[in-house]
Structure formats: C-alpha cells, structure tokens
Design a protein around this ligand. Sequence first.
Ligand SMILES: Cc1cc2nc3c(=O)[nH]c(=O)nc-3n(C[C@H](O)[C@H](O)[C@H](O)COP(=O)(O)OP(=O)(O)OC[C@H]3O[C@@H](n4cnc5c(N)ncnc54)[C@H](O)[C@@H]3O)c2cc1C
Length: 524
Amino acid sequence: MKAGELGHGLAIILSGEVNVTRHDFLDNHTPITVHGVGAFLGELAQLAGRPALVDAYAQGPVDALVIPPDQLRALLIAEAELGERIMRALILRRVGLLEAGSGGPLIVGRTSNSDVLRLEGFLRRNGHPQQRLDLETDTCAKALIERFHIDPGQLPIVLCPSGQLLRNPTEAELARCIGLVGPIDPDRVYDAIVVGAGPAGLATAVYAASEGLSVLVLDCRAFGGQAGASARIENYLGFPTGISGIALMARAYNQAQKFGVEMAIPDEVVALDGVGETQAGRFRLKLSNDERISARSVVIASGARYRRLPVAGLETFEGSSVHYWASPIEAKLCAGQEVALVGAGNSAGQAAVYLASQVSKVWLLVRGRDLASRMSRYLVDRIASLSNVEVLTEAYVTGLEGRDGTLDAIRWHQGRSGPEVRKAIQHLFLFIGAEPNTDWLSGSGVELDPRGFIFTGTQIPGTRPVFETSRRGVFAIGDVRSGSVKRVAAAVGEGAQVVAALHGYLSASNLQMSQVGAPPLSVD
Ligand SMILES: Cc1cc2nc3c(=O)[nH]c(=O)nc-3n(C[C@H](O)[C@H](O)[C@H](O)COP(=O)(O)OP(=O)(O)OC[C@H]3O[C@@H](n4cnc5c(N)ncnc54)[C@H](O)[C@@H]3O)c2cc1C
C-alpha cells in the first residue's frame, strides 16, 4: 500500500514482515518501522477509512487479518481495554508523524506568504501531517518550480501524496485531494446533522453517536472552533496544569470518530431550508459546493467569528501580518520581534502570555481603563508579572503602514488627548470579540436576537424544550445561542444536554433509529 491510497482498515500481521516507510517528493524512502507477526499496521486515518499517510511494503509473502474501519470502531467500543490500547497506538503513531513532519502533502512557497500560512494553518488545525519547502532557502524548491513550469502567480504549490499537483489551492481543494473530505451521500438521512465542530458540536457528536444516533458533523474550517485557537485553556475542569485548545479538541475529534460520527471538514453550510420546504420531518441543508444533505434534526453549533478592527487597509495585511490566532505558526513568524496585540478579554490575555514567551515585546492595547474589568484575575496577574508585556490602556489603533501584505509600522493613540504614536512593528494580533455565525440561517425561519444570536427554549413564546429554536427539530447550542456563557465548559455541557432534547424530539416524531448502524427508517 502506498501513501495516498485508500486504506482497507487495520491489518494484523499473521505471518511475514511489512516495511513501513515514508517517501519524499524525490522518491527517497526513509524507514519508519518493520512490523512482524503479532503487530498491526495502521494509524488514525484507518479509523475513518481515509487514505494512508505512509507506504507499507510486504517483505515476501504476508498473511494478515484486515479489520475494516467500521468493524474497527465497533471493536474499540466493544472491547474497552483492548480498544484503549489500540486507540492510544493509533493516536501516538499520528503524533509521531506530526512531530517528524513526515507524510502528508508538500507545500512549496515562501515561509511568510499568506497562502502558505493559510494552508499550513489549515493542515495543522486538522491534525494532518505536512511538509514544506521554502522557496527562498531551498534549492530543491526552486528545482521543483522549474520542473513543473510554475508561474509566480500560481504559488504556493502543493504536491499531494497521490502525486497530484495543486496550484495555490483553497482549503476545500486541498482537503479533497488528500482525502480529508469526500462527497456526502445525498440520499442518506441522518438522525442529526451538527453544524460546527467546536466544543459544542463535538460534544453533541460524541454523546449522540455513543447513544446510537447517526450523526454528521460539518465545519467550514477545522475541528476545534475558537477553542482550537486557545494557546492554553486553564479553566477547563480536570486539567489542573492546563491544556492547549488544539490538544483538547483533537481528543474530542478522535473520540467522535471512534463512535462512528461522520465528519465533513471543511464543508460550509450555506442554507437551511425554509419552514414550508421541510418535508416529512426532514431538514435539508445546502453546502457551499452545492451538495445537499438531509437529517431528521439539526443542531446549530456554528459559534462565532473574530471581529475586525475598523482601520483602513486591514484586510491587505491579514494572513501575513495581521493575525486572529496566536499559535506556534504565528509565533515562529514573529520570534524575537516586537508585536502589538489588541484586546482585553481572556483570549487576548492568553495570547499575550503565550506570545511573551516567544517575542521580544508585546504591546497590549486595551480600549478600556484597565484589564481587570474583562479579564480573569489569574491572567491579569500573570501579565503584570511579565516584564516584556506593556499594557496601554485607553489605546486604539489609528493606522497601518506597509506594502505587499507586510506591515512596516502601526500607529495608535493613547488616552483622549495623547499624541499619535508610530512604532515599527510587523505583526498585529487582534482578539476583540466575536460575532455570531448565523448569516447562513437567513430565510430559514430560525429567530435571532438583535445581535444575530439564536433564540432558544424559554426565549421563545410557547413551551419549548431547552435549546430548541423557533423551529421544531432545530436546536442551537454554544456561543451561537443567545445568552450563552462563552466558555468551553459551557459549550461542552450544552452539547451533552442537547442530546436528551434530540432523543425527545426524534422519538416524539417516531423517527429515531432503533440501534447503532441500523439503516435509517423510511419516513415517506
Ligand atoms: C483565542 C481564544 C481563547 C479562548 N480561551 C478560552 C479558555 O481558556 N477557556 C474557556 O472556557 N473559553 C475560552 N475561549 C472561548 C471558547 O473557545 C468558546 O466559548 C467556545 O469555543 C465556543 O464553542 P462553540 O462550539 O459554541 O463555538 P466555536 O468554538 O466558535 O465553533 C464553531 C464552529 O462552527 C464552524 N462554523 C461556523 N459557521 C459554519 C457554517 N456555516 N458551516 C460549517 N461550519 C461552520 C466554525 O468554523 C467553528 O469551527 C477562547 C476563545 C478564543 C477565541
């Protein structure tokens, strides 16, 4: 089996030996391990039946017991202890590939290019291995560009393990090429479709699938939502030393897959059919690629998106100099430099603390008179103890200077009558709150509050189960819900709680599946 080919599941070696290797774009093969009798071949990709990330060559005749993905998932659930061992091994093998930077597509372009960062960020947030060649420093990169006759306007290029070459692809094109997402069966009717794979959506998926419902989760970016952007979550129950948002969310994502949840990432939902269009208790959702999918119930967990700063030219610097995340990718870009960060909430505080460990100085620009009014005490104290974070209160950005997407300087005012300050800074981080992701609900009949968040339960006249929206069978949870507490734990709790409401709705409609894996009942 070669990297890029669709795997058959987990293979237990009964006799013979299999060499596991990785190959690069020059077809050099590097050994990873040799599996003999009693060992098994496979990593996380096999759980969801996705293409292999490494090559496996039989050394002579080999007998193997192949467990297809659906039976592998059933085994993990039925045999708890064995399942734990196998799951741990699958995860550790993926972590090994991520740490070694081996397997996955090869991105060729300039390190600081915003499209390179976009593609790297997408793969990293989806826990997918990747390799990169820097056009400025790597002679191989130049050779590749010449070999494929690439114009500068087509950069970056991506070489997929299947051998396909993509020129500056969208995230969706890249995901399709590497098998992260495929077409969805338009005839399948899921018990529940969950829009959004943040903590709320993933919690719903885990609880609903573990209780026997068929679930499809869609996300237009990556799993983890805003929580995936958090450098360190310190207030989530059970993690006294804190945990990075991506690590917490990756656990939830793998757990959901173990219970057989189908994932479509990245796939964007652009519409939910209107009230009169819903037939026989089936909701239909339209995707940005024009695909249509159906379910007996819908859980909206589409969360919120970052607010932008009203400064001229901001969008020209986004991706390369203006950032809405502070992950290791961004930190590498501005290592040792001075950066500016705007915001006063907990997410801004966490980002400031993280960046302070990577850069020479963080200028923290706060609109209010102090930090304490919006930020948790532990973060305020931590920031106060950092000598390279300077907090500027009553400060606001007035201008950005630079060209070709790269910032040269930032201008700001401090205080009502203070002079305009100009600082040579190349990276600006924005953590200034979020707006609900509800544009796609226009025309759906789901009622929103004046700020665009979704009304649920008692906020709607009449008797409604908790989290049900103004449309029966459509539920909303997490940050997107009007009046929600914007916390990971709250989102997870609502994700668990909504499943009871789903059961109630589905059984009342006499539509619930009777057991895991059973074909959906016909409602026609
Ligand atoms: C940097 C940062 C740090 C934070 N730190 C903490 C912390 O330490 N502790 C804490 O408790 N909280 C923290 N929070 C807040 C917490 O992350 C959020 O409250 C939580 O993530 C909300 O979860 P959610 O699932 O409701 O929504 P989100 O996390 O916003 O997830 C929504 C998902 O829906 C997807 N989506 C949106 N529209 C569509 C569509 N049309 N089609 C398909 N998919 C769609 C999005 O891509 C996203 O992945 C932090 C937030 C940020 C930004």
